[in-house]
Write a protein that binds this ligand. Structure first.
Ligand SMILES: [Fe+2]
Length: 132
């Protein structure tokens, strides 16, 4: 399965949408590296890129919220913090145990959580930024 930017995932904020697309590409590259057996180095590189990119993207969103005093900032940041923690755990499992069906299921499930967050919370944030 491949992740792509679809209409329902567009928040309307150009920066946020561009980063979400980049993030989906990073997940796709990791899934490719896992399924095509590109080897250990490619898989670990793709894992590291994804973890780092999520950190960077969440930090950018939080900076945008802070600069405009977004009222939902605390809850949004709390979600990001726990999301990053769980992503790291899943990434460690894939790295140490390999891309088993269970581990890839966990990764896809965690991506699904992010898609829901985008559809609800990031859209709310983008609507706020538009009028701020
Ligand atoms: Fe977010």
């Amino acid at each position: 399965m491949r992740y792509e930017m679809t209409k329902d995932l567009e928040t309307g904020n150009a920066i946020i949408d561009k980063e979400h697309k980049e993030l989906f590409d990073a997940v796709n590259r990791l899934l490719d590296a896992c399924s095509k057996g590109q080897g250990r180095a490619a898989m670990d590189g793709a894992i590291q890129f994804l973890v780092n990119y999520v950190d960077k993207h969440f930090a950018n969103e939080e900076r945008l919220q802070q600069s405009k005093n977004y009222p939902g900032m605390a809850a949004h940041k709390a979600f990001h913090t726990s999301y990053k923690k769980e992503l790291r755990q899943i990434a460690n499992h894939i790295s140490t145990e390999g891309p088993s069906v269970t581990n890839l299921g966990k990764l896809n499930g965690h991506v699904a959580v992010l898609l829901n967050h985008i559809r609800v919370e990031d859209k709310k944030l983008s609507a706020f930024l538009k009028q701020a």
